[in-house]
Design a binder for this molecule. Structure first.
Ligand SMILES: [Zn+2]
Length: 459
């Protein structure tokens, strides 16, 4: 297909050259006539092809052909956009400047029929050309396509809620599944065909190290892929250079009083200021915290469904220790109750880091005081712990969790009581999310990644 005036002139010149090369006279060198005929036939075929291309371009340019193009599937859209541009007498350069892009980019897009262009980019182009999708450009079987995309994502292990909120963007119309297709292709490093056929294979190989302890490995796996993708986006948008986090005692001393007053917000800011992004997630299930080492920096995710400020602060402290260990693999935190998991050396070290950071040297002493004041009666602890926390200048939720942790080592499940001692006035997810915007530049991401991230960190 001819896409611009230059190509048109080149094609025309080539056509004329070919036409003049057709041999009409008998060859003097004794080449048999059949060979000459065959060569001529070959040239004529090429000329006919060029004539068709030239005619199409001329017709488009002259407005002879009706512009209403019936695009029956996504594959037809790029050509329709190229035709629309030619027909509206807009040069590639003019289109580029309307989109705030360089001419070469449009040339590349058109030369490859917009291969590599996202759906949202195609929409921008369509808009710049004044092409509306009404009627002519709508796809024939939206409901079916939507169902197929949903089915594939379900099969991969994503929950209905994640699919609708994070991939469809809560949009059930055509725009919704276009979003979902584009986003899923990005996240799962696949293409539309695989997604529509339900044959995405990438996830199969990744399961072993990710799904360590879980009843639903598939679900964890798919969500972990998704979360890691968001983590990558957040890392690219982060405006602060990475420098390693200090050890717990140093950091506790550095932060001082503000750590006691606002443990979560202080730690979230500390991470970001060290170039360690903290991703707040609001989806249920799978893991409740994570630490990835992505190229040049670690990224933390927090998604505990109990949005207590203190619970999140401790979890963040724990992940910060994982960040300090660059050799560590991806860590996905799962059930607190799983003993074998909590007793792995790296996990214990991370808990120790968080305890030292948030409770300081007095942590053990406070547990002893609390147990003493409760006369060794677990039932009494509930009343005692908040007072001991107040005296020790730590938040009650932090001390309650530490006591619960110590009791769990004696096979006593005090977690439900500890949960009730957490302050509930602050939504930890909201706090974590609001800090994020001070340290990211979302324009560093393209539209698709930006939308993925923004929908990913929404409620
Ligand atoms: Zn951990």
């Amino acid at each position: 297909m001819i896409r611009n005036e230059r190509q048109y002139r080149v094609t025309q010149a080539e056509r004329d050259r070919l036409a003049s090369s057709i041999t009409t006279e008998e060859a003097a060198d004794g080449t048999p006539q059949w060979a000459i005929d065959a060569a001529n036939a070959e040239i004529n075929a090429q000329i006919m092809e060029m004539d068709e291309e030239l005619a199409e371009y001329e017709a488009l340019r002259a407005g002879v052909v009706a512009l209403t193009t019936n695009v029956s599937d996504l594959a037809g859209l790029p050509r329709a956009l190229i035709r629309a541009r030619i027909a509206s007498h807009m040069t590639q350069k003019e289109l580029a400047s309307r989109l705030g892009m360089r001419e070469q980019q449009i040339q590349r897009y058109e030369a490859t029929d917009y291969a590599g262009a996202s759906i949202s980019r195609l929409q921008e182009v369509a808009q710049a050309l004044g092409v509306t999708f009404e009627g002519e450009l709508s796809l024939p079987d939206d409901a079916n396509t939507s169902t197929k995309v949903q089915h594939t994502l379900r099969t991969l292990g994503l929950t209905k809620s994640v699919i609708s909120r994070r991939f469809f963007g809560d949009d059930t119309t055509e725009a919704g599944w276009r979003n979902a297709l584009t986003r899923a292709a990005r996240v799962f490093a696949t293409n539309y065909d695989e997604l529509l056929e339900g044959s995405v294979t990438q996830l199969a190989n990744a399961g072993a190290f990710r799904a360590r302890i879980t009843a639903n490995a598939e679900q964890l796996n798919a969500y972990a892929w998704y979360a890691e993708y968001l983590a990558g986006c957040l890392a690219r948008a982060c405006t602060v250079d990475y420098r390693p986090l200090p050890d717990a005692s140093t950091l506790r001393k550095e932060l001082g009083r503000v750590l006691t007053d606002e443990p979560l917000e202080t730690l979230v800011r500390t991470c970001w200021e060290h170039g360690v992004p903290v991703l707040p997630l609001a989806d249920a299930g799978t893991f409740f915290g994570a630490c990835w080492h992505l190229g040049d920096r670690p990224v933390i995710a927090l998604k505990h469904t109990m949005r207590s400020r203190d619970r999140w602060a401790f979890l963040l402290g724990h992940e910060m220790d994982h960040c300090r260990n660059p050799d560590a693999q991806t860590v996905l935190e799962q059930d607190l109750d799983v003993r074998e998991w909590r007793e792995q050396p790296a996990e214990r070290a991370a808990d120790d880091y968080a305890t030292q950071l948030l409770l300081g040297d007095a942590a053990e002493a406070m547990v002893h005081v609390a147990v003493e004041q409760a006369n060794g009666d677990v039932a009494q602890l509930k009343k005692v712990v908040p007072a001991v926390a107040l005296a020790g200048e730590v938040s009650p939720g932090l001390l309650a969790d530490h006591v619960a942790f110590r009791l769990s080592q004696q096979d006593i499940n005090w977690w439900p009581t500890a949960n009730r001692l957490h302050p509930t006035d602050v939504d930890a997810w909201r706090t974590t999310r609001s800090v994020l915007f001070d340290y990211v530049d979302l324009t560093r991401l393209d539209q698709v990644d930006r939308d993925l991230l923004v929908d990913g960190i929404s409620q």
